[in-house]
Design a protein around this ligand. Sequence first.
Ligand code: SF4
Length: 448
Amino acid sequence: MALTGLDIFKLLPKKNCNECGVPTCLAFAMALAAGKASLEACPYVSDEAKEALGAAAAPPIRLVKLGAPGDDHEVEIGDEHVLFRHDKTFYHPTAVAVEVSDALSDGDVEARMGKINDLVFERVGLRYTIDLVAVRNASGDPVRFAAVAGKVAALTKFALMLVSEKAEALKAALEVVGARRPVLAWAAAENHEAVTALAKEKGCPLIVRGKDLDATAELAETVAKSGHKDIILDTGAGETGRVLADLVHIRRLAIKKKFRPFGYPTVAFTSEEDPQAEMMQAAVYVAKYASMVVIKAVERPQVLPLLTWRQNVYTDPQKPIQVESKINTVGEPDRKSPVYVTTNFSLTYYTVEGEVAASKIPAYIIPVDTDGTSVLTAWAAGKFSGESIAETMKKLDIEKLVDHKEVVIPGYVSVLSGKLGEASGWKVVVGPREAAGIPSFAKERYGR
Ligand code: SF4
């Protein structure tokens, strides 16, 4: 049972010293009960109180790390505190695992792994990638499962998952890839003791699968009581609506009621066979509230939309994606090449960069630091002004790179021309309003 704010208050030092960032111990207790503060913020809590407050102080959803500790490909899931992104933020994007069946031939496993390793994308300066490879024991044969797990481990650096209903198959595969600390699936009613023992021995995160919500909660409690806490919940539902309902119930109960058996990350396995339908199903789970989703699609055009969607859901709207404010080159510009300025909002910058590249006229682009806002927003907020652009040009010393003094500004802020000209001493050329107009603009003005 979750502690109330008053229960917590009784255990606090009552110094009202403000060192925790709130004015009183009572306010801190209320924040702690609501999951909006961490017990570590108070330096005066006694060890006895810490123990008593353990459950209240723990995050509503446990942080679980996947993959070999310290590895570049280690992934974190869970540790979420809110139902809705605008309440605070989401911390850990849904991990995406791609399946490989051990029923495939060795050649097919290799071909599939080639495609899986290629599921890494660069977009607006960000790297999008899948996170795990899930080896499924479709053959039912522990020896084959272990062999394919070993082959997959040798072919990829992504974190691993082992999926089998048989404890002996998981055991056989763990003997080969145990050092990679794979996620184990599943501990179910009939095998949980043996599979939990394996997970404990190798320190592996464990997917607990009940036949419904109640059974999943019960099983999670049993596994946690045995001393294994790196649990991931799976209610075993297959139909999209049912899985969605279960994921929402689990998140609501964990966050709103601090129901400890559901205080773990979740996983959803797709069931659709058609790749397009499968990606739509996975997108639903990414939106609400799978911590991890296991898919079968491996083609880049199928997976990119899912990863883009994940990026959208998990981007903090209070922190726009930004690029560094520095002189960027497109092609190999020389001392006569044009100089463009824009803002450092990633989407704006990369749109401009793409169109400058399409013009095939090498150029310099200077993204001015506008806290990641777009051109008109930054202009309206006074962050993209004649003075700030001139200051950035001076700071970055663009004069050293070119023999001319001509700078191109976005057409939407032509009003800045006078101020920028005065502040910089440069001739200001008003470029097109939309980035799409840059190629024809550049060819006309700078084509040689
Ligand atoms: S730091 Fe601790 S003692 Fe001080 S006000 Fe906060 S809760 Fe109270």
